[in-house]
Design a protein around this ligand. Structure first.
Ligand code: ZN
Length: 320
């Protein structure tokens, strides 16, 4: 499947290139017309976009490739993304394997942009992943491989590292405004630290023996590690929504939920709820929607800070 998908992706990129060539000379670039003199920053996720916004303010021209509600694990670039990337000065990405589409996107353009992995400096959580073994041909051969968990944004202390990396990257591109970026960083740092304290207070409301998480895929590892919760299972026990789950794994999850005091399965608002609903029906727990892969378009999770507050409130409400 992975191999076939990659081939399909390359084919798609080819068609995108054709589209781009045929749209050359068109004077409008939608909402991504570069503003003269400003650093043109392209970011992948809405989370990174929001942090850049907080630090750069109106001093940079920011394009966010994924829109609210788009799943980063299954994202396929649009023709506009190639335009944005080819015109960028700075490209900021999450890293740790989140942006599967990135290599093809970058090599499909002649971009001269500096590419920065904002998660640089974060210690990645590692997890067993069952990936298909492309080298040995068989579609059925599964190998356990340790994969890096890309969901670093569920810990505000990681997002603080992002903010540091973003501040240096912006100052590197635009040294004249270094003090401006640094002042914005200092203010945002304060908000992130406040958020961290608030989360600890909220988690205290959950009885200690109920601080356990079941999610749609393995998405809350960093959150659980930082705030003392235990991820006990996932509908898709993998770091991506694109992995498959077996009947045996689902049966194990149902047993696990029955053996624990778990009251909820947390699923991303953009996740297909069918499998999770089956597990919920079998075990009598409820499905609780959270924002996982992107911010919302406006309320209730339109900024990183409100995204975390929304999710944590929903988790506490469901578990306490
Ligand atoms: Zn995910």
């Amino acid at each position: 499947m992975v191999g076939i998908w990659k081939k399909a992706f390359r084919l798609r990129l080819f068609f995108l290139s054709v589209l781009l060539v045929s749209s050359c000379g068109s004077p409008t670039n939608g909402n991504q017309i570069p503003v003269e003199g400003k650093t043109r920053v392209v970011v992948t996720t809405t989370f990174i976009g929001d942090v850049v916004n907080n630090i750069a303010g109106d001093k940079a021209d920011i394009s966010v490739l994924l829109t609210a509600g788009q799943n980063p694990h299954s994202y396929q670039p649009a023709p506009m993304d190639m335009v944005a990337v080819s015109e960028a000065d700075l490209i900021l990405v999450n890293g740790f394997g989140l942006e599967d589409f990135l290599d093809d996107l970058l090599s499909g353009t002649d971009t001269q942009a500096e590419v920065i992995v904002v998660s640089e400096g974060i210690t990645p959580l590692m997890m067993d992943e069952h990936l298909e073994d492309d080298d040995h041909g068989s579609e059925d051969s599964l190998d356990a491989v340790m994969g890096q968990d890309p969901h670093v944004w569920f810990d505000p202390n990681n997002v603080l590292i992002w903010a540091e990396n973003i501040t240096s990257a912006l100052a590197g591109q635009d040294p004249e405004n270094k003090a401006f970026y640094q002042a914005n960083f200092d203010a945002y740092r304060g908000q992130l630290l406040e958020l961290d304290v608030w989360i600890r207070e909220q988690i205290e409301k959950i009885p200690k023996n109920q601080r356990e998480l079941v999610t749609d895929h393995s998405t809350l590892g960093y959150f659980a590690q930082e705030y003392g919760l235990i991820p006990i299972g996932a509908v898709i026990p993998a770091l991506t929504t694109e992995a498959e789950t077996s009947g045996m794994e689902l049966a194990e999850l149902i047993d696990t939920i029955r053996d624990h005091l778990t009251k909820a399965i947390f699923i991303g608002v953009d996740f297909d709820p069918n499998l999770a609903q089956r597990v919920a029906d079998e075990t009598g727990v409820k499905l609780v929607p959270l924002y996982f892969g992107s911010l919302s378009d406006g309320e209730p999770a339109g900024t990183y800070l409100s995204f975390m507050r929304y999710n944590v409130s929903a988790i506490v409400e469901a578990l306490h």
